[in-house]
Ligand binder design. Structure first.
Ligand SMILES: Cc1cc2nc3c(=O)[nH]c(=O)nc-3n(C[C@H](O)[C@H](O)[C@H](O)COP(=O)(O)OP(=O)(O)OC[C@H]3O[C@@H](n4cnc5c(N)ncnc54)[C@H](O)[C@@H]3O)c2cc1C
Length: 435
C-alpha cells in the first residue's frame, strides 16, 4: 500500500497533518477489513467513527481557538483521501461532517462580511464547533431532493417564520448518515407570503436527530457507497429556533459563488478510492495480497503496460487535485475555479477508469466479492453523479467558462431551466439566481 510519501512532496506538509495521515494509514487495515461487512450489509461504519472520534478527528477543520485542529481545506482533503483508500463510505460520510464544519468556519472568514453579519454569525458557529469538540457530535448535510437539481431551483423543503423560530416541512433524498448522525444541516427556502420561492431566501438550519417531526424513511440498497446509509429524511412541522440557524439569513447560498472549492469536497474520497484500486493492482500482480496465493503475475507485458497507464493517470489526477486544494480560498480567481472544475472532473471520471482498468488487469478473480476491488469498482461509479458538481455539469461549466468572458456568460447558449445557477461568475460572486 502506498503512503503519502509516494504522492506528496512532504516538505510542503505540516508535521501535525502528516501525523494524522500516518495515523489513518495505521488504522487503514482495520477500516479495510470492516469495509467488507459494511458493504455487504449496507450498514454504517459506526466503529470507524468511534475510532476517528477517539483520536479527536471530528474537529479537523474546527478552528484551533475552539479546540479544533484548524486544518485548511487542502489539509482536510488529504486526510479524506487517505481514508478513501480503505473505506469509501467512511470517507464520503466523514466529508459531510467536515464540510458542515468548514461552512461555519470559512464563510465567517470571508472579508466582505459586514460587522452585523459577523456579530450574528459568531454565536451560531461557536455552537456548532462546541458540539463537535465537546459532544463529539456528528453532522450530516442532506441538501438533495428527489426530482430536482437543488443548484438550479430553490430548495423545495421550506420553512415558515413563526413565533420564536421557524417551522420546516419537506423531504430530503440521499441523506447520508441518516439515523447515525447527531445533527442534520437542513437547507430550505423560506416561504414569504406573496413571494415566489427564491434562491435568496435559502436558509440553513441545524436540526438535532431527536427533533419532533423528523423521521428517517425508506430503504438503502444501492450499487456502491453502500455504507453511507443515504436514506430519505422527512421533515413534518419541525420547529427550529433562532439558535438553530447554521448561518445568518442569506449567507449559505453564497457558498457556491464565494467559496466554490468548498463544494468540491466529495473528490478527496474518490481520489482515495482511485489510489486504493491502483495499490491493490500492484499488490495483486506482485502476489502480495493477504490471503491470496503468492502468484507473481508481472511477466505479462499487457499487465505491466496497464499498470504504467494507471500510474500515469493517477499521478496526473493527484497533481492537479493537490494543487487545487492547496490553493483553495474564498473569492478565487477564474483560473483557480477552472482548475478546480477540471480537478473535480478528472477525479470523478478518472476513478472509474482506474477501477475498471484494475479489474481488467487483475482479471477474473478480482471481481469476486472476496476482493476489495469489486467494491471499489462499484464505489467509483458514484462520484460523477453527485451534485452540485456532477461530471455532466462540469463539462458544461468548463465549456462556457473557457470560451466566454465572465461578463458574457449569460450569452452562452444552453442555460435553460437554471442549468447554470451554480456556475461561478466572477469576483462579484453573484449566482445567476441572485442577480
Ligand atoms: C452515495 C451517495 C451519497 C449521497 N449523499 C448525499 C448527501 O449526503 N447529501 C446530499 O445532499 N446529497 C447526497 N447525494 C445525492 C447527490 O449529491 C445527487 O443529488 C444525486 O446523486 C443526484 O441524483 P438525481 O438523479 O436525483 O439528480 P437530479 O436531481 O434528477 O438531476 C440532476 C441531473 O441533471 C444534470 N444536470 C444539471 N444541470 C446540468 C447542466 N448544466 N448540464 C448538464 N447536466 C446537468 C446533473 O448532472 C444530474 O444528473 C448522494 C448520492 C450518492 C450516490
Amino acid at each position: 500500500m502506498s503512503t503519502p510519501a509516494d504522492y506528496y512532496d512532504l516538505s510542503r506538509v505540516r508535521p501535525e497533518v502528516l501525523s494524522v495521515l500516518d495515523k489513518i494509514n495505521e488504522l487503514g487495515a482495520t477500516f479495510a477489513k470492516r469495509a467488507v461487512g459494511i458493504d455487504l450489509q449496507a450498514s454504517f461504519p459506526v466503529e470507524n467513527y468511534k475510532d476517528l472520534a477517539a483520536l479527536g478527528y471530528l474537529t479537523l477543520t474546527v478552528p484551533t481557538e475552539f479546540g479544533g485542529h484548524g486544518f485548511s481545506l487542502g489539509e482536510y482533503a488529504m486526510v479524506g483521501a487517505e481514508i478513501g483508500k480503505y473505506c469509501g463510505a467512511t470517507a464520503l460520510t466523514f466529508n459531510m461532517h467536515n464540510s458542515s464544519m468548514m461552512w461555519s468556519r470559512f464563510m465567517y472568514e470571508l472579508p466582505h462580511l459586514t460587522d452585523a453579519d459577523r456579530a450574528a454569525f459568531a454565536p451560531l458557529r461557536e455552537r456548532q464547533f462546541r458540539r463537535a469538540v465537546k459532544e463529539q457530535g456528528i453532522y450530516s448535510q442532506p441538501i438533495s431532493e428527489a426530482g430536482q437539481n437543488w443548484t438550479s431551483k430553490p430548495a423545495q423543503t421550506n420553512c415558515r417564520k413563526v413565533e420564536g423560530g421557524w417551522v420546516i416541512n419537506g423531504f430530503k433524498k440521499f441523506a447520508s448518515l441518516a439515523g447515525y448522525c447527531d445533527y442534520y444541516s437542513i437547507v430550505c427556502t423560506e416561504l414569504i407570503d406573496g413571494v415566489e420561492p427564491r434562491h435568496e431566501d435559502t436558509m440553513i438550519f441545524v436540526v438535532p436527530k431527536e427533533a419532533k417531526g423528523l423521521t428517517v424513511q425508506g430503504t438503502w440498497d444501492p450499487l456502491g457507497m453502500r455504507g453511507t446509509n443515504s436514506r430519505d429524511l422527512v421533515l413534518k412541522d419541525v420547529f427550529v429556533s433562532e439558535d438553530d440557524l447554521m448561518m445568518p439569513r442569506g449567507l449559505f447560498i453564497k457558498t457556491l459563488p464565494h467559496w466554490p472549492h468548498m463544494m468540491a469536497t466529495l473528490s478527496p474520497t474518490y481520489m482515495g478510492v482511485a489510489q486504493g484500486a491502483y495499490d491493490f493492482t500492484v499488490a495483486y500482480l506482485r502476489g502480495e495480497v493477504e490471503g491470496q496465493p503468492a502468484a507473481d503475475r508481472r511477466m505479462f507485458g499487457t499487465k505491466r503496460i496497464a499498470v504504467g497507464k494507471m500510474y500515469a493517470r493517477l499521478a496526473a489526477m493527484r497533481a492537479l487535485w493537490w494543487q487545487v486544494f492547496t490553493e483553495a480560498q474564498g473569492m478565487p480567481s477564474k483560473a483557480q475555479v477552472l482548475r478546480m472544475y477540471a480537478a473535480q472532473y478528472n477525479v470523478m471520471e478518472g476513478v472509474q477508469e482506474i477501477a475498471a482498468m484494475a479489474i481488467r488487469t487483475c482479471g477474473g478473480q478480482s471481481m469476486l466479492k472476496s476482493m476489495p476491488l469489486e467494491r471499489m469498482y462499484r464505489d467509483s461509479r458514484c462520484g460523477a453523479l453527485m451534485l452540485p458538481y456532477t461530471s455532466e455539469i462540469m463539462e458544461d461549466y468548463l465549456s462556457v467558462l473557457t470560451l466566454y468572458d465572465v461578463e458574457d456568460l449569460d450569452k452562452a447558449p444552453g442555460d435553460a431551466d437554471g442549468a447554470r445557477s451554480s456556475l461561478w461568475r466572477g469576483t462579484a460572486g453573484a449566482l445567476k439566481g441572485l442577480r
